[in-house]
Ligand binder design. Sequence first.
Ligand code: TRP
Length: 455
Amino acid sequence: MKASQNRVNFGSKIGAILAAAGSAVGLGNIWRFPYETGNNGGAAFILIYLACVIIMGLPIMMSEFVIGRHSRANTAGAYRVLAPGSPWRFIGYMGVLAGFLILSYYSVVAGWTLEYTLQAGIGGFSGMKAEDFATSFIAFSQNPWKPMLWMVVFLVLTHAVIVMGVKKGIEKSAKIMMPMLFILILVLVCCSLSLPGADKGLKFLLQPDFSKVTPGVFLSAMGQAFFSLSLGLGCLSTYASYFNKETNLGKTALSVGCIDTCVAIMAGIIIFPAAFSVGISPDAGPSLLFITLPNVFQLAFGDIPLLAYIFSLMFYILLALAALTSTISMHEVVTAFVHEEWHVSRNRAANYVTLGCILLGILSSLSFGVLSHFLIGGMTFFDFLDALTSKVMLPLGGMLIALFTGWYLNRQIVWEEISNGGRLKVPYFKCYLLVVKYFAPIAIGLIFINELGVL
Ligand code: TRP
């Protein structure tokens, strides 16, 4: 397939930024970032995470943009256009596979957000105590049917947006959902900071304790950076294939990186003060969000039940929206691939993806209950998919993407994309090249080697 001339584009620059930010901001920021921070010792983890975002995240995001916009194709097609007949196309295949795997387990947690939105909406949390939230979360997540049904509902919602297309579905939904999300987050930050004992939580977030830093912390921080920025599998390169010629790639990457990082930190500010103030340990893991948060609203506004009701409902709507803009982006990666590479209609491609994800998602969903004893390498199916994708496939994909733009792709092409054919001043170009050629691949390589215990 030739680089298509009449491929759809996002309608505006802000639409492009919001769609990419919508992909980046998701459960990764609000659910995964806080529990990873909790598990890995707090502020020191955040510093390493920030270093990963700057050294690897932003340059690799720009590389994905270059690859996507120049090829104007899905993530696997991109390498066929840019490097015909070469093995580089395996980056694309690995990306599509990673996108499919992540979407399948991500939808499980996304489904939980719908159950919690419903519970908040019917006032199901009122009068509950800390222990009740823990027991009801465990009972819900171990139930074989309910979470599975919600996962299917979530995938069907995602499917509905995808079949509406790039402009009317993806771009429009991001333009509506992202601003709502920012407002909700700001309100919740204020709410959490006003809780008694909030300072303990802030300290945990801001005062680094380097004695907790082990080799595993580096790998976790790197995995989190890739996961949160939607990098390493060609998700942002697929979106960039819909960018128009005027989109400033460097500026867009910076905006998306800043928005994503701010939302993650704000999610930390919402959750840790809240967890500390109700005496829940910050390393509670994936359940942190679903047990502490509903409790906080009850405690903070116990005397004014209406406020408790409104805030819990708002929070879970926020979470569901953030998850939706992200599942849309992963679905799009696989749908665009099936549609363009297998030459089937977009709707049919979307059907395959949704169905496949439902089937695989069932295993992840059940791994909290009836399949919790089915372990791969000591991990449940859900944890295994999460570790395999975020700690192996995404960083490896990112490293190869950096090497591809740094070493293989014609320097002139890279420069023309980043400077929009010379119309933009890009004083950082040399620095960018240096990072994608050497810094980022070496840093990723060192973290891998470090994890293997060789260093
Ligand atoms: N970044 C999203 C989040 O933080 C998840 C996500 C969407 C993603 N697209 C991706 C992760 C592509 C890795 C790769 O929730």
